[in-house]
Design a protein around this ligand. Structure first.
Ligand SMILES: Cc1cc2nc3c(=O)[nH]c(=O)nc-3n(C[C@H](O)[C@H](O)[C@H](O)COP(=O)(O)O)c2cc1C
Ligand SMILES: CC(C)CC(=O)C(=O)O
Length: 377
């Protein structure tokens, strides 16, 4: 292949370059990976209803993330440990997003300190948060994110425990040296198998170690609506986005608790296997919130036409997870830029061929459902 021409090409190129354990960590979903597969297939059950003869000589993809302008409504979802994909890791992703003027959500489990990721540009940076039982640790992360210039906090709510990803269990996955979870001091780092043995712990695989017991502080499995959102409101004035909402019931609770946004997401099929594809959960969430907060979606977006479909179903914007990691693994910053550019170009072409000249013109009437799901060529 001389030049990658679509997102799937980046997947193949990155796979050929990355060590197996890193590839498996990025690629895998939970258990039988039904949701992972459905995230992509569900887009194929929607068909576009194109309008013609509408002067599509100028296509405008300008959008915004929480009011901050963006060149198009495609942002980067938080994914942990990006230095395994490329030594420049999160820095490279950030540079690409800055060039592209869109939005990057940085994972708590970044392999680059959060302060070194934000660029002085018009791009938006949001910080993804896992809350720990040891709340001062979380409060400290929030204050650092505020000082560094992050514009929103994204609380991931679908991960009270980490889903079981079988390839990681088989590989006994651990973050390879010299990389570290750069937002935490040394005592929070992941133990190696021998360190675990020395500490007398059962060797149950690194992912279990990483989060269920993890970081010396333990992810807080006791989180509830009534406790954690008011706590967040008390420690920060940044907008709060909940990531991992899949039902109208929880969407309504997000509205009730004064959240600023929702990301409809199943964590890229990595948490509870057999939940709905995110694009299938989107309409009920959009209908429930009735415009009272911003609704974004991630999961399975591999084409500009997928972005178009998500917007038609009411998403304010979309986030991509693995495609950015593939671009990064293939060619660092340039690879992520190419991934964003291809999706942007595809979105623009879809809009032109569907007769939509601006993001505002994309609406539910642009889509219909199809029972026929074409086989992937
Ligand atoms: C390797 C990997 C690591 C991830 N790490 C995080 C994380 O640290 N925090 C988080 O909220 N979501 C995390 N996610 C989930 C993504 O933010 C996003 O929901 C998902 O990747 C979207 O699906 P897609 O990969 O099909 O685009 C991760 C996903 C992947 C693939
Ligand atoms: C360390 C993990 C919990 C990060 C994550 O969210 C993931 O791997 O999906």
């Amino acid at each position: 292949m001389t030049q990658p021409a679509c997102i799937d090409d980046f997947e193949h190129l990155a796979k050929a370059r990355l060590p197996k354990a890193a590839w498996d960590y990025y690629a895998s979903g939970a258990n039988d990976m039904e949701t992972l597969q459905d995230n992509c297939e569900a887009f194929r059950r929607y068909r576009v209803r194109p309008r013609v003869l509408r002067d599509v000589s100028r296509i405008d993809t300008a959008s915004d993330f929480l009011g901050f302008p963006a060149s198009c409504p495609i942002g980067i979802a938080p994914s942990a440990m990006q230095c395994m994909a490329h030594p420049d890791g999160e820095r490279a992703t950030s540079q690409a997003v800055a060039q592209f003027q869109s939005c990057m959500i940085l994972s708590t489990y970044s392999t680059t300190p959060l302060e070194e990721v934000v660029k002085p540009t018009n791009a938006s940076y949001w910080f993804q948060l896992y809350l720990y039982q040891n709340r001062p640790v979380s409060a400290d992360l929030i204050r650092r994110a505020e000082r560094a210039g992050y514009r929103a906090l994204v609380l991931t709510v679908d991960t009270p425990q980490v889903g079981r990803r079988l390839p990681d269990a088989r590989n006994v996955f651990k973050l390879p040296k010299p990389w570290r979870l750069a937002n935490f001091p040394k005592e929070f780092q992941i133990l190696t198998a021998s360190e675990r043995a020395a500490a007398g712990r059962v060797n149950q695989g690194e992912m279990d170690e990483l989060t269920n017991e993890s970081l010396g502080n333990r992810s807080d499995t006791t989180l509830t609506w009534v406790e954690c959102i008011p706590w967040l409101r008390q420690v920060t004035s940044l907008p709060i986005i909940l990531k991992g909402i899949l039902t109208q019931e929880d969407a309504l609770l997000a509205v009730k608790h004064g959240c600023d946004g929702i990301i409809v997401s199943n964590h890229g099929g990595r948490q509870l296997d057999s939940v709905s594809a995110s694009i299938d959960a989107l309409p009920e969430v959009v209908a429930a919130v009735k415009g009272r907060l911003e609704v974004y979606v991630d999961g399975g977006i591999r084409r500009g036409s997928d972005v178009f479909k998500a917007l038609a179903l009411g998403a304010k914007g979309v986030f991509i997870g693995r495609p950015a990691l593939w671009g990064l693994g293939y060619n660092g910053q340039q690879g992520v830029e190419e991934v964003l550019k291809i999706l942007h170009d595809e979105l623009r072409l879809t809009m032109a061929l569907a007769g939509c000249r601006s993001i505002a013109e994309i609406n539910p009437g642009c889509l219909c459902k199809s029972k026929f799901v074409p086989a992937k060529l």
